[in-house]
Design a binder for this molecule. Sequence first.
Ligand SMILES: NC(=O)c1ccc[n+]([C@@H]2O[C@H](COP(=O)([O-])OP(=O)(O)OC[C@H]3O[C@@H](n4cnc5c(N)ncnc54)[C@H](O)[C@@H]3O)[C@@H](O)[C@H]2O)c1
Ligand SMILES: O=C(O)[C@H](O)COP(=O)(O)O
Length: 632
Amino acid sequence: MAAASSSSSLSIQPIFSPAAASPTNSNKPNLLSFPSSSNPTPISLKLVNSSQNPTSQGSVVRNALKVAESARTASLDTRDRAAEADSGPRPAILVSEKLGEAGLKLLRGFGNVECLYNLSQEELCKRISEFDALIVRSGTKVTRQVFEAAKGGLKVVGRAGVGIDNVDLQAATEFGCLVVNAPTANTVAAAEHGIALLASMARNVAQADASMKAGKWERSKYVGVSLVGKTLAIMGFGKVGSEVARRAKGLGMHVIAHDPYAPADRARAMSVDLVSFDQAIATADFISLHMPLTPTTSKLFNDETFAKMKKGVRIINVARGGVIDEDALVRALDSGVVAQAALDVFAEEPPSKDSKLVQHHNVTVTPHLGASTKEAQEGVAIEIAEAVVGALNGELSATAVNAPMVPPEVLSELAPYVVLAEKLGRLAVQIVAGGKGIQSVKVVYRSARDPDDLDTRLLRAMITKGIIEPISSSFINLVNADYTAKQKGLRISEERVTVDSSPESPVDSIQIKISNMQSKFASAVTDNGDISIEGKVKDGIPRLTCIGTFDVDVSLEGNLILCRQLDQPGMIGQVGNILGQHNVNVSFMSVGRTARRKQAVMAIGVDEAPDKETLMKVGAVPAVKEFVFLDL
Ligand SMILES: NC(=O)c1ccc[n+]([C@@H]2O[C@H](COP(=O)([O-])OP(=O)(O)OC[C@H]3O[C@@H](n4cnc5c(N)ncnc54)[C@H](O)[C@@H]3O)[C@@H](O)[C@H]2O)c1
Ligand SMILES: O=C(O)[C@H](O)COP(=O)(O)O
């Protein structure tokens, strides 16, 4: 007999798996379990909102209404959240920059909030491991060192605003920390500030104001330029860019835009011409920057690109300072290629006091005030507080920056399959034998739906979680599943097979195939040498339906004993007796066989994990050829 079970498999425990924490939770999807040094409660992830890129006036208005409604219900929410939070330990939330009161109120109703402003990087690193969540604006650098110092305890970083260039997203992902932002509530404020800078620059408002305050009356010195009929190039036709465009058109400007990713129909609907980068900068009288700071956009405006601009061009930047080579801009201003610049953002903030750019007489500056209106700050605070509370509650808001976005309806449909995927992963890894880790896994999804109609990212992440967590100290969640798999040399390939089943179900079955590995349960190996297991969801319950070439039908939960035996009468009784004598309650049983009186696989669900002696007795039944005990 090739007995394969050992008590060591009994000790395989997931880190913060709901199945382990509470058997009643075992069929709830656990898409994102966060690591925690202080709070052992598993956190699952539910998707709650899918409005991702609201750029139209309608959606901005809707968002404004949403913000107003959120503000109205904030206190109610706070009570609800407080009641909810009473049932468990309260998360610790660090707010490192000034946040609107309504957001703080919401956070305080949910967790223990500490506002520590102006922390140095060293101080932040020193304190961060005490917190589950960190809320920042653009002034806090959330570097790799911060994530390292958090020692896996930081579950979510909330960026109270749009730009996430101050957060090391790669490090966040590696540490399984969700990053959420508040992308919509300050759009209008930023656009209004852009327009304010455009108009005040054109009419020398700041310079004239300073001159008057110095006791002068210099009317001819501050003759401006008109906006009407001038061409404005919007560089980055996203949320802020389109709102600036809309307002500029109201001022009678001719608006063109450059954005390689902007949908042409959105521009057309606003009568804005989408043009190439070179065309935009060569024809514009005013250039307004609205793209994010990325490796591609860093110093995009430099000596070479300034040289291609129309002489006397005027530049507005309310995006990010780093998109401009600031030394090159000073040169362009000195040579007159750029007549004026109006800047709200700088490569380094605050810029040095003797910055030539800030001091330049043709430059108007503001200290990163784009989002700083009362309305925007209240809106952003509520938006980020809701996203952070949601994330700590296990919800994935539509503003997650480093996790896949899946519409809520897709998520709710996939929920039982997500559990199935994780269970199959956990089962697969427990039947693999040998010291070398699993290198390659093939997942076959059988579905009646068109392959494009099935988003498998969640399922893949949960299979990865199921495979890796039982055999390592890594915790896996939706944020870091792909990254961790790659790090561990685990390659997961996917295949979708269209089958003639009900298109009502997104997936008919999920099969996991592992090649080039021995199995602790030889019956799990198919004729071509792959370890193969397959499962389905029936009545909302994930079930194991095939192992190797044997059809079975057992619920994938709790503890499972798989036995291969000679198909002969009395087997169920014999094994059942042994378990009964050792006070192990059988919860279900299923037998699959190749042919009558040949080989059969018996799958037995047990409420209690049998001890080693009991398992040895099961293995000693003469007709039992092999068996394995699995902790799902
Ligand atoms: N000054 C402030 O206080 C303030 C306030 C809000 C936003 N911002 C900044 O403004 C910028 C835009 O914010 P948003 O909310 O409109 O973001 P958004 O994501 O809605 O829009 C950015 C747009 O830039 C485009 N883009 C990306 N790369 C590009 C490239 N190489 N060339 C041209 N376009 C490119 C994208 O396709 C997108 O449409 C961000 O950098 C944000 O941080 C600043
Ligand atoms: O990206 C943003 O949202 C703006 O730059 C606002 O940044 P702030 O929150 O630091 O004002």
